[in-house]
Design a protein around this ligand. Structure first.
Ligand SMILES: C[S@@+](CC[C@H](N)C(=O)[O-])C[C@H]1O[C@@H](n2cnc3c(N)ncnc32)[C@H](O)[C@@H]1O
Length: 457
């Protein structure tokens, strides 16, 4: 790997006698892969964990090692591949169950899956991505993860800020950056780099952070992270935040191998040591920067109950299912998922979603996934969605077909399954080794395959 001369000279200047070790680790060190297990699923991804190289000492459910993209654990969302430095961001963000959380730059979803897991799928996570194709990937990854209380939005930060004034308890800005910390893992990123690139990225980051702070409640927490070493995007951005907003910086606890922020690379404010830096010659992972702040000030006065009610009612009626649609869903739910508790049922096109309670103004923004997709209405039928299967614990489902791994492979390939001693006809959750894998419709001993065509392999 050939690093640009200007890059080498910059870090020789900044890191002085440490520079040779840093540059050697960046060009020839080993990329450490990792993954997180999904605590929202019922059980442990034993097969992937058995093949792992060990556990992360810093991240609950974090492991070192690779994930097979065609494994049962991956396809059913029991694991998410994420390198060891990146998984520290969600850990330090530390969202709590019941909070309103925004992941403003969320695709492909590594941090979002971590945030909602730490929230125990309680409260509301808005996972936003500015680019539509990336927002689709984000929605797919969150669908596999099986979370209910997540909305996927596809907005620019300055559009989103209009919908959520002082709304969130916690916001993560995992910013688009110059990506220097990923050069070792993704060398193609080197081609985009030039001396001015960090300053360009910093300009964009200031815009994103300006919107984020408008959406953060007083008393709320902002976590800012990058995967670059550039001080312009790291300490200088944290200094800019402290100089322009009423924020208190939160100390991030450093384990051996984790570095403190460098005040001398910004305006000398000693507070900047509270931030965390990950260098590849000190930590077994890629380059990252994390800073955490609390927004000072009083909570705003909430709108009166009367106003609130009006808004909610209008919103619901526009997207509310018809009586026929409700009856179709209820028929399915009573038979198959008798204990399922929906938040607000909303219909977008022909699709039925379970919108998390507390999500405002869904008609005012571009949403890729307004909550958990429950299914689709087709003529006079209801067809359950893969997302619902992946969010279902098999023990809560009354109609389950258990298959072994070869039969599961047949299922994800798109073929029908023959079920011996078949029970009554109807919708069944396909389960393999406790993993909910999708839906099938049993007709006289043959399980018709409803695994989405685009995902078959
Ligand atoms: C570092 S990546 C996020 C990674 C993600 N948090 C994860 O853990 O999987 C930054 C994201 O910001 C998005 N982005 C690019 N320009 C943006 C802008 N002007 N405003 C908001 N997001 C932007 C990128 O498309 C990218 O998906």
């Amino acid at each position: 790997m050939q690093l640009p001369t200007a890059f080498i000279e910059k870090y020789q200047r900044l890191l002085k006698e440490e520079a040779p070790a840093f540059l050697a680790a960046l060009t020839s060190g080993t990329v450490q892969s990792g993954f997180r297990a999904n605590p929202l699923k019922q059980g442990q991804p034993t097969a992937t964990i058995e093949a792992a190289a060990g556990q992360s000492p810093y991240v609950t459910n974090g492991y070192l090692g690779k994930v097979d993209g065609h494994s049962l654990d991956h396809v059913t969302g029991w694991v998410y591949s994420q390198e060891p430095s990146a998984m520290l961001v969600g850990e330090f963000a530390d969202p709590q169950p019941g909070e309103r959380v925004l992941d403003l730059c969320a695709a492909p979803g590594g941090k979002s899956t971590h945030l909602i897991a730490k929230m125990n799928d309680e409260g509301l996570l808005v996972a936003n991505e500015i680019f539509k194709n990336r927002a689709q990937v984000l929605a797919e990854n969150l669908e596999r993860w099986g979370a209910k209380h997540v909305v996927v939005a596809n907005e620019s930060p300055d559009q989103l800020e209009k919908q959520f004034p002082a709304f969130f308890d916690r916001i993560l800005v995992d910013a688009p950056c110059s990506g220097e910390g990923m050069f070792r893992k993704e060398p193609a990123g080197i081609e985009y780099w030039n001396e001015d690139y960090p300053a360009e990225c910093a300009n964009r980051q200031r815009h994103i952070l300006t919107s984020a702070l408008k959406m953060l409640k007083p008393g709320g927490t902002l976590v800012y992270s990058t995967c670059t070493f550039a001080p312009e995007e790291d300490e200088q951005m944290a200094a800019w935040l402290l100089n322009n907003y009423d924020l208190t910086m939160v100390e991030l606890e450093k384990a051996p191998g984790m570095d403190a922020g460098r005040p001398e690379w910004a305006d000398g404010n000693p507070e900047l040591t509270k931030a965390l830096r990950l260098f590849p010659h000190h930590f077994k992972g890629e380059g990252h920067f994390i800073a955490k702040f609390v927004k000072n000030g009083e909570e705003p006065v909430l709108p009166t109950k009367k106003n609130k009610k009006k808004k909610g009612r209008g919103q619901r009626s526009k997207f509310a299912p018809t009586k026929e649609q409700q009856a179709l869903w209820q028929d399915f739910q009573t038979k198959v998922l008798p204990n399922y508790e929906a938040g607000q049922l909303v219909v977008f096109g022909d699709y039925l979603y379970d919108l998390p309670v507390g999500m405002p103004a869904i008609d005012q923004m571009s949403l890729i996934r307004p909550g958990l997709q429950l299914g689709v209405f087709k003529k006079n039928r209801f067809e359950p969605a893969l997302a619902l299967a992946l969010a279902t614990k098999p023990a809560t489902c009354t109609q389950v077909v258990e298959v072994d791994e070869p039969a599961w492979r047949t299922y994800v390939h798109g073929d029908t399954l023959t079920i011996q001693d078949a029970p009554k006809n109807g919708w069944y959750l396909v389960e393999c080794d406790q993993h909910a894998a999708g839906w099938g419709k049993l007709v006289n001993g043959t399980l018709k395959n409803f695994f989405p065509k685009g995902l078959r392999f």
